[in-house]
Every structure is written in structure tokens, then in C-alpha cells.
Write a protein that binds this ligand. Structure first.
Ligand code: PNS
Length: 161
């Protein structure tokens, strides 16, 4: 039976890095439809607004026709039901990511056993990369060339100027 598999790649994406993009490309090859979805989190003080993050994500994922960009709030498992998605995609860079990711995956499974979390590893070159470090390096005047797409680099520079 032919199946159409929709996966959700959830996150803060504040901002999107080449590590995220690497995972999106890998995910787009495996799943029929990949929804990159930004969490609307009122508790966090992001550098970029949700609208800015969605704009950046939309710009840098244009090349993949089966990738779309969205936002969500509330529980991820409820959002997955609304989107008829059966897979959550998450990236694991190092062992240090594993504990947090395992907790989330198992909690999500406890709430919805039909939802499967799939972990993928980004290219080795991006294993040290995180949005938090990109923000920090940029805010302190460092160079983030090669870590984020040029459009994102430009917006980062505009933020800290
Ligand atoms: O990029 P991040 O900040 O590591 O992403 C975390 C995210 C968005 C995947 C996680 O915080 C999440 O799914 N939040 C939605 C609320 C929810 O479902 N919480 C229970 C998770 S077990």
C-alpha cells in the first residue's frame, strides 16, 4: 500500500543554522512531506521574532518542494494530529543532546504512541553548531560566516549593529 509520510521538524530555529538546513535536506529525501515548524514560546526571549524566523526558514528552504514552514503552540503531539503527521524529526549532534532528546521522545510517545520520533545526525562539520552559540558569537562581534546561510548572516548583523 502506498503511504504518504508527513514528518514534523519542530524547534526554535533562533536562527536557522547550516546544521538545521543539513537535517532538513536529509529529511526531505526520506519523507514525502516535511513541515519545519517554529514553536511559539511566550516564555523564551528570542533574538528573532517568530515572523522573522518563518521568513528566514521560508527563504532558505525554497529549493525543496516537499518542505513547508509553519508555526505551532501547545503540545507537539496535538499539533502532529492536526497535521496528520506520524513522524517527529530531530537532530542529534553529540551524546550531550541524547538525554534531553530521549526524554522528549519518550514523553511524546507516552502521550501518543502512534507518533514516532526519528533522529538524524547532521554532517560532522556541524556537530559543534547551535543557534545559541551563533547568537552569542555574533552579539560579541565574532564571524558566523559558513555557519548560517548568507541571508541569516545579514539579518544577524543588522540585529547587533
Ligand atoms: O529547538 P528546540 O528549542 O530544542 O525545540 C524544542 C521543541 C520545540 C521540540 C520542544 O520544546 C517542544 O516540542 N515543545 C512543544 C511543547 C511540548 O509538546 N512539550 C512536551 C515535549 S515532551
Amino acid at each position: 500500500m502506498a503511504r504518504h509520510v508527513t514528518a514534523i521538524y519542530p524547534g526554535s530555529f533562533d536562527p536557522i543554522t547550516y546544521g538545521h538546513l543539513d537535517l532538513i535536506e536529509r529529511g526531505s529525501k526520506i519523507f514525502d512531506h516535511l513541515i519545519v515548524s517554529v514553536l511559539l514560546n511566550p516564555d523564551k526571549q528570542p533574538l528573532f521574532s517568530v515572523q522573522e524566523r518563518v521568513e528566514m526558514l521560508t527563504e532558505v528552504t525554497q529549493q525543496w518542494s516537499n518542505v513547508s514552514v509553519d508555526t505551532f503552540d501547545g503540545l507537539l503531539v496535538d499539533y502532529a494530529v492536526r497535521k496528520q503527521a506520524h513522524v517527529i524529526l530531530r537532530g542529534i549532534r553529540a551524546i550531550s543532546d541524547y538525554e534531553y532528546e530521549l526524554q522528549m521522545a519518550l514523553m511524546n510517545r507516552k502521550m501518543d504512541s502512534s507518533l514516532e520520533t526519528v533522529f538524524m545526525m547532521p554532517a560532522v562539520a556541524y556537530t559543534f553548531l547551535s543557534s545559541r552559540l551563533v547568537r552569542e558569537v555574533c552579539q560579541l562581534g565574532g564571524n558566523v560566516k559558513g555557519l548560517v546561510p548568507p541571508q541569516v548572516e545579514e539579518r544577524l548583523r543588522a540585529k547587533v549593529e
